[in-house]
Write a protein that binds this ligand. Structure first.
Ligand code: CP
Ligand code: NVA
Length: 304
């Protein structure tokens, strides 16, 4: 049994397989072809934080595969009243086939997985958001081919999304340049070493964006960090993706954002709603790539 708790839980070969399957599943859906290998299977989804895309993409994706998805907001369950996560994992994994968890510390999902009889997927923690970066790379490659050897520039917070980009840089062999204000530098948590060929930190966003193939950003205040809002809004004022900043990047550079976005804060409307933006494909591809992951974790490799 496998879990998907961090981006590095799959190898490059596995990602290549998953991207191939995501393309097939996307084509089947577009052609109106029913493909329901998961009839009778249940996905439990535990949300300790809000969501639009993650909930809809997992729920719609599981239904399309013939299965059922069960939404649980932790505040409406005994988890919200202090039931230990280990006990919740024991119980839920005896009644369902696969579980998605969105929670706070990574250690919570790890404890869940240790006590689960079924595969567990990370739907975002404070530390990582693997499903997001899988969809992001799939989206870039759909439009521009292999990401290998390319440069991804991240403007803003060293958070769950940028930390996942960093793991991906090593696996897919591209370079992540991160520009952030003092005090918000990336701390590597996964114990891996990242050489200059994969990772560089900058203070100046324009220097970081120079020659980039992908420019991406995220909110300055992630869920769970709301108490720091005033300070963060001040600190991140100069870390916004503007048209001027995009003009530093390669001519055919694309803009990505995991969403939700705050126009006029981390990104200007001209960029996110402009011709270089792939954000709507990126959001849709959450569903196709996650369907490939669910299928892989439950059924293994599908031979065409
Ligand atoms: N990008 C993302 O995970 O969005 P939601 O918070 O809406 O799920
Ligand atoms: N970094 C953001 C991503 C939301 C999808 C957060 O954790 O709130």
């Amino acid at each position: 049994m496998r879990h998907y708790l961090q981006f590095k839980d799959f190898t490059l070969d596995e990602y290549k397989y998953l991207f191939k399957r995501a393309t097939v599943l996307k084509q089947k859906l577009r052609a109106g072809e029913l493909y329901q290998p998961l009839i009778g299977r249940v996905l439990a989804m535990i949300f300790e934080k809000s969501s639009t895309r993650t909930r809809v993409s997992f729920e719609a994706g599981m239904a399309q595969l013939g299965g059922h998805a069960m939404f649980m907001a932790s505040k409406d369950t005994q988890l919200g009243r202090g039931e230990p996560i280990e006990d919740v994992a024991q119980v839920i994994s005896r009644m369902t086939d696969i579980v998605m968890v969105r929670t706070f510390e990574q250690s919570i999902i790890e404890r869940f997985a240790e006590n689960s009889r079924v595969p567990v997927i990370n739907g975002l923690t404070n530390e990582y958001h693997p499903c997001q970066i899988m969809a992001d790379i799939f989206t870039y490659e759909e439009h521009h081919g292999s990401i290998e050897g390319k440069t991804v520039t991240w403007i803003g917070d060293s958070n769950n999304v940028s930390r996942t980009w960093l793991q991906a840089a090593k696996i897919f062999n591209f370079k992540l340049k991160l520009a952030c204000p003092a005090g918000y530098e990336m701390t590597v948590l996964d114990g891996l070493e990242y050489g200059k060929e994969h990772f560089e930190q900058y203070r100046n966003p324009f220097e970081a964006a120079h020659g980039a193939d992908i420019v991406t950003t995220d909110v300055s205040v992630s869920m769970g960090y709301e108490r720091e809002t005033l300070q963060r809004k001040k600190d991140f004022l100069n870390y916004r993706v503007t048209e001027k900043l995009m003009s530093e990047a390669a001519k055919d550079a694309v803009f990505l954002h995991c969403l939700p976005a705050h126009r006029g804060e981390e990104v200007d409307p001209e960029v996110i709603d402009g011709p270089q933006s792939l954000v709507w494909d990126e959001a849709e591809n959450r569903m196709h790539t996650q369907k490939a992951v669910i299928e892989y974790l439950l059924l293994g490799e599908i031979k065409d």
